[in-house]
Design a protein around this ligand. Sequence first.
Ligand code: SF4
Ligand code: SF4
Length: 77
Amino acid sequence: MKMEKLFPISINPQFCVRCEKCSYSCSTKAIFFRDSLRYVDYNKCKGCLKCVNVCEHNAIVVISLEEGRLIDFKIDN
Ligand code: SF4
Ligand code: SF4
């Protein structure tokens, strides 16, 4: 049986235009700034994916760990 663990999301700084929409959409305040980049606090993130829906620049990907290997995939808004 394949073991898979979902790590909610990751923000790609190459696509992020720092518009703040993801931060406003996050009810648990899991998205924060550091050195003008967006990061996700995985202790606060509940994996609701609202931030993925509001990001118009496809800068947020869903990350999962599959059999020890990190993979990411885009959610089509
Ligand atoms: S909504 Fe997307 S583009 Fe805007 S700050 Fe968040 S990750 Fe960056
Ligand atoms: S998935 Fe939900 S809880 Fe996690 S950072 Fe995005 S909006 Fe916040």
